[in-house]
Each structure stands twice: as C-alpha cells, then as structure tokens.
Write a protein that binds this ligand. Structure first.
Ligand code: 26W
Length: 822
C-alpha cells in the first residue's frame, strides 16, 4: 500500500499470499472467468488466468492510490504520448509486486512452466523506439516514486509492425497483439468522449452585437473510448493508470443508408472511427504528413483533455485552479494540438476570455523535445489544418498574434527572427509549426541530454529561447532499473545483492558500492560467469531463430536500435568489411574472436535504411560462409528487434555500439541499458554518451570521432569525403569490395547509390570518422585480450551508471517542471 509520506518508502512488498493460496486463486480464475477446466486449458488460458489472478490483487492498490489522490487533493501528472512502447507486462507487474517466485511455484504445483507461458504474452509495441520506450519507463518510475499520474495515448489495434527478413530484405507484417485478448486492460465504455473534425465555426454575439463566443460545429464526430491498464510501481508502492483511447463510431451503422440498400456506405462512419486507432505510424524521425496522423493526434489529445477537465471540474468545481492541480506533459510535439484544444475548451465551452485561458494553458503544459532533425519537426499545411480543425486554426492565429506582439515589443528581434518565432512558416507553402506551438504554450521546454539541450538553445529554438529565456531546461533521460536490470538480468542482480546487500533495489544509485569489487579477483570471476550465462542465453536465441551458431567466448559487439543513417549502422558494417579483409590478408595475427550483432527496424518508406539492412545481411552471409575467417568474425542480423528481444540482448553484450554522428542523437537510452548490464561502450561524444563518459570515467569507455561542433565546422567548411576516403586504404578497400559486388554477386549495382552517397556528400560523416572508429575497435580488441582488465572496466560501468535511472529523471521533472512532491 502507498506510504503515508513521500519521503519514506517502506522497503517491503505487499503481503504475499503464498504459492498454495495463489494456485487456488489461479484455478478459480481459470474456471469461472476463462471458463476452462485444467484438463482442457491451453497455455494461453493459463497465461490469462495467471495475469487475472495477480491483476485482482493489484486492483486494491490501484483503487486506494486513486482514492487517496482524490481525498488528499494531490496534484496529478498527465503524460500525453502518441507512443508507449511497453513490451510484456507480466514479469514487470509480478516482480514489482513481489510475486514472481510465488507465481512460478504456484504454476509449477499445477504442472505449468512459468517461462513457457511468459513467452506467450505478446509485446505491447505501441511505439517506434526511444521516445515510446522512454514513456513506458516514465510510467513505471512515476508509480515507483509515488506520483499520481495518468498516461494518455492511443490503443492501436496494430502496433509496431513485425519484421521478417526474407532473402536479406526487411518485410513488414502487421502485428496483431490483441488476437488473444488483453488480460491487463479494462474497457471503460462509460468513459467515452466525442471528438469532432471539420465543419465550421459560428460566432455568437450578445444583444449589443459584441462577439460573445465561438461555437465549433464539427462536420464529423467520433467517440473515444477509454481502456485502462494498471501500472505497478516497484514494491507496488503505487499503482497508476495508463489510459489508451480507441475510436468508435457515434452511430455504429447509418440505418437510413442501410435501409436504402447502401450497405457499405452504412458502415462508413464505423470504418472512419476505427481507422483512428487502427495503426501506429511506423516512421520515427520522419514526419508522416498524412491527414490520418493529424487526426490521430487531435483524437487522443482532445479525449484526454476532456477527461482531465471533467475530473478537475467534478473535484474542484472550477477551472482556475487547473495549473495547481494538473501538470500536463507533451511528449514531443505529437500532442501539441492540445495547446489550442485546451484554449478552445476553456474559452468556447467554459466561457473564459483569451487572457485567462492563455495564462492557465501556459502554466499547465510542459513540453519535451526529442529530436533536432529538421525532417522530424512536425508542421502541418495550413489548408489541411484549417479544413480539419477550423476553430483551432483561429486560435493558432490568435496565439500567434499575441506572441509576435510580445516579441516586437521587446524591440530585440529583426524581421528574420520574428519570422522564425512565428507559429506559421511563411516561406513556401504555409504551415503550422507544432514545435513553436508547443513551446509558446508551455512554461517548461526540456531537452533529453545536456548536449541536446544546449543545441536546442543554439539551433531550432534559438529565437524563442531569447524571447522566453529560462524556459528551456535539461532533463537527461533514464531507464527503469526494474525492467532493465532486475528482470532482464537476474544473475547480475543476485550477484550484486550478494556483494553489496539490498540497498540498490530501492535506490539504484547505491549500486555504486560495486565499484570497489572491480579489483576483487574472486568477484570478477563471478561477474564473468554471469555474463557468460547471459551470452549463452543470447546464443541460444540466435541459434533458435536463425540457425547460426555463435561462440559465447567471443566478444559480443551489439548495435540494436532503429535503423537510421544518423545512427550509422553503415559505419559499423563498413568496419566489419574492413576487418574481414584484414583477417583474410593477415591470418597469422592474433585476432580477437568477435560476433557483431545487429537488430532494428527501418521505417517502411525509408529506402536507404532498408538497403542498410540488406547490406548487413549480405555481408553476414559472405563472412559467415567464408572458411578463411575460421569463425574469428561473425555477423548476425537478429530479425524483429523489440522490447523482449532487448531484454535478452542487453545482458548478453560485451560491447555497446553508440556511434551516431555527433549532435544528432538527442540522448539514446540503449546506451544506458547496456552499461547497466556490464557492457563497455564504443561511441561518439553525442547525446547522453557525453554524460555516461563523465560518470564511468575515460578509461572505461571507448570514445572516438568528431565532436558536435567539429561536425558543424566540417559541414560548413567544404567537407570533401572523396579525399578522406582516398586517404584511408582500409575504407577504400571496404567500399570497393561493396561496389564491385563481393557481397551482392548477382546484383553488383545494389549498393551503388549508397556508396556514391558517401563519396559525394556523406552528410553523416561516416568517412570522416571511419579511421578513428577502426582504431578504437583495435583498442577494444587489446583490452578484450586481458579478461581481468575487461571485467574490471565492465564492473565499473555497472557501478557508475545508477544515475541514469528514470527514477532520478522523474524526480527532476517532478521538482523542476511539474511542481509535485516525489
Ligand atoms: C513525426 C514523426 C516522428 C516520430 C517520432 C518524429 C520524431 C519521433 C521521435 C522524436 C523519435 C525518437 O524516438 N527520438 C528519440 O527519443 C529518445 C528519448 O528521448 C532519445 O533517447 C533518442 O535519442 C531520440 O532519437
């Protein structure tokens, strides 16, 4: 149960019923709620019964936390995110509740293997990558540090696509995660809100002809229906709610059309509503630009705000106190339409004037920016915006007028700067800039690493930062240690408990006590044994999925993340090709056996990213099949990388590849997961790598390459990649091998454009960083040859990265942005 005060967390789990009682509860659920007998129960039935039995126990905590927030009139946090990349929930909930072993024993007594049914739970993949996974870690941390919080998003019927590799190419298949139902969620039919689109705006005047208010008359309406999932914090300290909206028609069937014989037309509304929560847009870091995407953004923002206002009104009876009782957070610009939507609700529905509404809005919203890539910054064509959301368009103009007036009044901005501050982009087609909208509507704008925040101030938001100094602040990302250490790496967790006791379970920064063990030979042995067991588990996954045998005593070098040119999987592949060439030319040298593993999805429309996947697979086929390499180098592309895959790959890594072009990766969070699980990082000074280096120390990380300012200088100073390539024999060799069809014998031209892109422009500085990267890899080999040294460095990584916990991040948000106790 929730502790009485925020600063005293009781380090105990809720009372444990014991495995016998739990087995009886599971049987009861199986019989009365699944409707099955043990003799006919399928593994899925056991999964359902186990989840529901534990969920029943969670509900008491859930209700009491909700009640208490109400009675104590606590300020609530609302986290609006178009993505929640949750993964499986069962281990998370069971382990945070302290019931993991009890469930395992209970099921064993019923003849059921927990691991078998756990593997059947589908991943809730309602997100693309970093941003969505961060939202999931934040939800868990908010429950853990006892903040009353609701996550709001969309219940996509089809989340992130399933990736298959066919003949080396990525093929996308729909992921139907709801096929067997979702035992975690509660459908709340009574919690449904109407959301409108299109139509027109009427102005209402009073008797004297003065404008009283605007009334939006939407041309279309849909219902947003709530589905709630409990989010259990560590030790069930608190249980919060993730509320996901699903689209439903207001009228499921248009009877007049149906009766007139138009059976398809009769279902049109139903199909339109359905489309809103049908599928997650699978493009990260590229703005989709489709009307349906803007509809999704408005759909969930509007439903969430209506829900929030209704809750606030029913509790407080007025809206003036909204900023004191609600902090609404915008996870990137995807919910930025919430800014004019709140204005509309306050003004048109609740009768406030512009100034009051604007003051409330600004004090209620906070906004996090997750990327500086220009192609990822959302903006919508004015004509589309106006047609879909005519009232919001008016409000955007009104807000813009106010902001530009303020800017002009300072006398500090010239026309060019004013144009950059404007919410409307005027050059080319006119567009609404969602980043600027989120910025002006929020009292806090944060970046996700120190470097990223600094660059935000100097680049995209330079002028807005100058107009509103003090609003931009940094909140370096974090990860939840429950999922990313305790659950995914039971071996390392047990070893740490044995060495330093249990304090780190409740305060992950206490894992620093392991630091002293880096010099302890006996501990290093045990640490190495844990790593080896995790590598064996990963090797088994690779064997099972791909039929490729990899040797757990080789160095496991892993790059897993979305495929993007700025993340530079290509740099890694080129280094593999160069190394392959070296091994063949100098078989007598003492090569350190290495397995390079890749995983990640490409946006379906991102041609070069898909080509990079094909190249990784082509290179893998040739290298793995060449007896001259004698297994010294293997390359593996693991298909369908997802949260569950990460939970096996992170603990099994020796080397973590974090090699983005400096200045382009906002933070990265995989880098933190790897380090916490005892991998050393090879990386550039980008995103959170900078801060990881500060904490683990220069000797325990392999840093190479251009820094962010050097990248900027090279780009503006006539960078000539061709000359760089010609000056690097290794890189030239690797590129000519690829161009001449060594890896694509049937189709030598396959990589022509990819390679010529490097010679002619190389925006991502692959050539500029290649030699430094290859040299850093040879330093890695040298350290690897001394296992004592390697393990000591790995242990120091584990010990020193506790700060990158999302508990710490969330406490900073709570204090600096949301003004809630934590
Ligand atoms: C509009 C299309 C679109 C969709 C998603 C544009 C941009 C995005 C995201 C911003 C992409 C994303 O996931 N960004 C990542 O956010 C992580 C969490 O802060 C960071 O760790 C990563 O560095 C950043 O790339």
């Amino acid at each position: 149960m929730k502790s009485a005060t925020k600063d005293k967390t009781p380090a105990a789990f809720p009372p444990n019923p014991g495995s016998e009682a739990l087995a009886a509860e599971i049987l009861e659920v199986l019989k009365y709620r699944v409707g099955k007998d043990t003799t006919v129960a399928t593994p899925y039935d056991w999964l359902t019964a186990s989840i529901k039995a534990v969920r029943d126990r969670i509900i008491d905590h859930w209700i009491s936390a909700t009640k208490e927030a109400y009675e104590q009139q606590e300020k609530r946090v609302y986290y609006l995110s178009l993505e929640f990349l949750i993964g499986r929930l069962m281990r998370d909930a069971f382990s945070n509740f302290g019931l993991m072993n009890t469930v395992r024993e209970a099921l064993a007594s019923l003849g059921v293997d927990f691991d078998v049914i756990a593997a059947l739970e589908p991943d809730a993949a309602l997100g693309n990558g970093g941003l969505g996974r961060l939202a999931a870690c934040f939800m868990e941390s908010m429950a853990t540090v006892d903040i009353p919080a609701h996550g709001y998003g969309i219940r996509y019927a089809n989340g992130m696509f399933r990736q298959e590799i066919q003949d080396g190419w990525q093929v996308e298949l729909p992921e139907t995660w709801l096929d067997h139902g979702n035992s975690w969620e509660f459908e709340r039919r009574e919690r449904a809100f109407e959301v409108g689109f299109g139509g027109s705006v009427e102005s209402v005047t009073d008797k004297e002809g003065r404008l009283e208010r605007h009334i939006w008359k939407p041309g279309e309406r849909v219902l947003a229906v709530a589905y709630d999932t409990p989010v259990v914090g560590w030790r069930a300290n608190r249980v919060n709610t993730l509320r996901l909206w699903s689209g439903m028609p207001v009228d499921p069937i248009l009877l007049d059309k149906f009766n007139a014989g138009d059976h398809i037309g009769a279902l049109a509304e139903s199909n339109k509503a359905d489309a809103l929560s049908r599928v997650l847009y699978p493009a990260d870091s590229h703005m989709a630009g489709q009307e349906l995407r803007l509809r999704q953004e408005y759909f969930f923002s509007s439903a969430s705000l209506q829900d929030i206002l209704q809750r606030h009104l029913s509790q407080y009876g007025e809206l003036e106190s909204l900023p004191d009782k609600a902090a609404i957070h915008l996870n990137d610009t995807h919910p930025a339409i919430a800014v004019p939507e709140l204005m509309r609700l306050l003004m048109d529905v609740h009768g406030m004037d512009f100034d009051r509404a604007w003051s409330i809005t600004g004090r209620t919203f906070g906004y996090t920016n997750h990327t500086l890539l220009p192609e990822a910054l959302e903006s919508w064509p004015v004509p589309l915006f106006e047609r879909l959301l005519p009232r919001h368009m008016q409000l955007v103009y009104a807000i813009n007028a106010q902001v530009l007036l303020e800017a002009r009044a300072t006398g500090r901005f010239n026309d060019e700067q004013i144009a950059r501050i404007s919410l409307i982009q005027e050059n080319g087609d006119r567009r609404v800039r969602m980043g600027n909208l989120a910025f002006v509507g929020s009292h806090s704008i944060n970046g996700v690493s120190a470097l990223h925040t600094d660059l935000m101030k100097k680049t995209v938001f330079a002028d807005l930062h100058s107009l509103y100094p003090g609003r931009i602040n940094n909140k370096t990302n974090g990860i939840t240690p429950r999922r990313w250490l305790f659950q995914c790496n039971a071996g390392l967790t047990a070893l740490a408990r044995e060495a330093i006791g249990d304090r780190f379970l409740d305060d992950i920064e206490a894992i620093r006590d392991l630091d002293g063990f880096a010099g302890d030979a006996a501990f290093r042995e045990k640490f190495a044994a844990v790593k080896r067991a995790n590598k064996v588990r990963l090797a088994e996954l690779v064997a099972r999925r791909l039929g490729i045998r990899i040797d757990p005593s080789a160095l496991f070098d892993i790059q897993i993340k979305r495929i993007h040119e700025y993340k530079r999987q290509l740099l890694n592949i080129l280094e593999a090709v160069a190394l392959y060439d070296q091994i063949r030319s100098h078989p007598e040298r003492d090569w350190a056996p290495r397995v390079k593993l890749f995983g990640g999805k490409a946006a379906p429309s991102y041609h070069n990213a898909k080509l990079i996947i094909k190249l990784a697979n082509d290179v893998a086929r040739v290298i793995n099949g060449d007896p001259a390499v004698r297994g010294l180098l293997k390359v593996v592309f693991v298909p369908n990388y997802n949260v569950s895959g990460a939970e096996v790959m992170m603990p099994g890594a020796d080397l973590s590849e974090q090699i983005s072009t400096a200045g382009m990766e906002a933070s990265g969070t995989g880098n933190m997961k790897f380090a916490l699980n005892g991998a050393l990082t090879i990386g550039t000074l980008d995103g959170a790598n900078v801060e990881i280096r500060e904490r683990v120390g220069d000797d325990n990380i392999f840093i190479f390459g251009l820094k962010a300012n050097e990248v900027a200088e090279r780009r503006s100073g006539g960078y000539q990649p061709r000359a760089v390539i010609e000056g690097s024999p290794e890189l030239s060799q690797a590129l000519s091998a690829i161009s001449s069809g060594v890896f694509s014998p049937g189709d030598p031209d396959r990589y022509r454009d990819l390679v010529s892109g490097l010679y002619d422009s190389d925006w991502f500085m692959v050539a500029a960083d290649f030699d430094a990267y290859a040299a850093a890899q040879r330093t890695v080999d040298d350290v690897w040859r001394d296992p004592h040294d390697w393990n000591a460095r790995a242990i120091r990584n584990v010990a020193r990265v506790g700060w990158f916990s999302s508990d710490r991040t969330i406490r900073e948000y709570a204090k600096d942005i949301w003004n809630v106790p934590a």
